[in-house]
Design a protein around this ligand. Structure first.
Ligand code: FE
Ligand code: CA
Length: 512
């Protein structure tokens, strides 16, 4: 790599933060370095508090090495970090050093504190004589302060083989101040010949496999741009472990695993998940589980209740095609598990902010097909649990509940009803469902709501790839359903298919 000045490094990184550079890692030069460039997986931040944020990176000069260690030696490496109020780093708001452990696949999770509330910052790392790309992040407003209006985008379901992550690039170009990722950040399947671009290796099972799969994804420059533009709040769905698992139960024994091997697989998946996302130590894996449900307060404007809708499901999972749920199952079993349900209702009852936003994975509103059947891998498969939550927020006087959803690879905009069987029943909440970044390929382009006669509360549908952009203010949320025309070719433009407004104190979607 050519020698350039320190100032040029910063500008090179900034271009990435502004999401205008072609690539993050490839453009970053080295200085005083005799080792290969280690920041090929980019940088990230997450979990904003009024006084701090998590900064993430992972050293991996050879990201696709089969051992999952990214080409790093079996040694712990010092990583310096800096936070500045400007993108030239002429004055530092915070700085320090941290040790990237071999045992953590040389990932670092720096929990910065002492920052100002509701404030924009820039950050970067240095290791082995190399400087990382620059990321942009921000803190939450102080508890009780409204703060500035919040531009927030959310996304889910990025399948490497199905297409390019152009939608992540377009999301970054919108310059959101917060990004929610609602799951299927990676997919676990084997390489498929003839894909738009192929996975590396067989279906992932071991810790090395999961680490390498994250590394492959995180080399994507569009994903790196989306991380570098704003702090993220991440919750996984099924594919971070295995398709359609529920609680501790697998859909089928493919690939064939013993019970002990399945437990080890979950442990490996949760460990690699923590290593590769900007999560706090409070979310660190423990054996074959990971404590992910949590609340992030955004001043008096909003509270984000980030849910884990996968890990605590009733063990006797039933689902379409593999075990149909009995009425008794539907009446009793919980999707988030009883402890998380209680935690959610307690948090909603505190009414900490104007908007109570549930960041979660699977379809929440009732959705029946023409025959009156529903997906069991959704809240329809746990409808008593959904009723407890909806009735719970009504009973607690929650004015503005908004459910955010991923998983289904389509966009939907839904009114939530006290009684889905009664068309005249009150609208008691709103659901925004983001389509996939790439999963499912280009999509049909249809915007005809399926089976709408059975589901009059479902107000919008589209089969495009994209994301949802929201502008959250004390008086309304504007939601823009964003779409890209293609993902099998790289670099399509994004457009807004449809916008809705949710007015404070008036649940449900209003046409804009
Ligand atoms: Fe998905
Ligand atoms: Ca999913």
């Amino acid at each position: 790599m050519r020698k350039v000045s320190r100032r040029t490094f910063v500008l090179g990184g900034l271009a990435v933060a502004g999401a205008t550079a072609a690539t993050a890692a490839a453009a970053a030069p080295s200085v005083l370095a005799t080792t290969p460039y280690p920041f090929k997986l980019g940088v990230a931040s997450g979990e904003p508090l009024p006084d701090g944020v998590v900064l993430w990176t992972r050293l991996a000069p050879s990201p696709l090495n089969a051992d999952g260690q990214g080409g790093m030696p079996n040694a712990n490496i010092t990583v310096d970090w800096q936070v500045s109020t400007n993108d030239r780093f002429t004055s530092l708001a915070a700085s320090g050093s941290v040790t990237a452990l071999y045992a953590d696949a040389h990932s670092v999770h720096v929990e910065v504190s002492g920052l100002n509330p509701d404030f924009d910052y820039f950050y970067r790392f240095r290791a082995q004589g190399h400087i990382s790309p620059v990321g942009r992040t921000r803190t939450a407003p102080a508890f009780g302060a409204a703060g500035r209006d919040l531009l927030m985008a959310f996304a889910s379901c990025a399948h490497w083989e199905a297409g390019y992550f152009t939608a992540y690039r377009r999301l970054a170009e919108d310059r959101p101040e917060l990004v929610l990722h609602l799951g299927d950040y990676i997919y676990e399947d084997a390489a498929t010949a003839g894909s738009v671009r192929e996975n590396v290796g067989a279906e992932i099972v071991s810790l090395a496999d999961y680490r390498r799969r994250y590394a492959q994804y995180k080399m994507d420059p569009d994903l790196q741009a989306a991380h570098a533009i704003a702090p993220w709040l991440c919750v996984p769905d099924d594919h971070e472990v295995e398709n359609n698992y529920a609680g501790t139960v697998r859909e089928n024994n493919t690939p064939a695993l013993t019970a002990a091997q399945w437990t080890a697989r979950r442990s490996a998946a949760y460990r690699a998940l923590w290593e590769n996302l900007p999560l706090r130590n409070a979310q660190k894996y423990s054996g074959n589980s990971i404590p992910l449900f949590r609340r992030i307060r955004w001043g008096s404007l909003a509270t984000f209740h980030m849910l884990d809708a996968r890990q605590y499901r009733h063990d006797q999972a039933c689902g379409d095609g593999w075990k149909v749920c009995s009425d008794a199952d539907l009446a009793t079993r919980s999707l988030p598990g009883n402890a998380q349900e209680t935690w959610l209702l307690d948090g909603l009852g505190q009414r900490l902010g104007t908007w109570d936003i549930l960041g979660q994975q699977v379809f929440f509103a009732r959705r029946f097909d023409a025959a009156g059947a529903a997906s069991m891998d959704s809240w329809d498969g746990y409808r008593a649990s959904r009723a407890r939550i909806q009735n719970g927020w009504v009973a607690r006087g929650v004015r503005n509940p908004v459910v955010l959803t991923g998983d289904v690879h389509r966009s939907w905009g839904n009114n939530l009803k006290a009684d889905y069987a009664n068309a005249n029943s009150a609208v008691i909440g709103t659901e925004l469902v983001t389509t996939s970044i790439s999963s499912g390929g280009n999509g049909s382009g249809s915007t005809t709501i399926p089976d709408v006669a059975n589901n009059p509360h479902l107000k919008f549908y589209s089969d495009h790839r994209g994301y949802v952009r929201t502008l959250i203010t004390p008086t309304q949320i504007q939601a823009d359903f964003r779409a890209v025309a293609t993902v099998t070719e790289h670099g399509a433009a994004a457009s807004t298919l449809r916008s809705f407004v949710i007015q404070e104190g008036l649940p449900g979607l209003q046409n804009l």
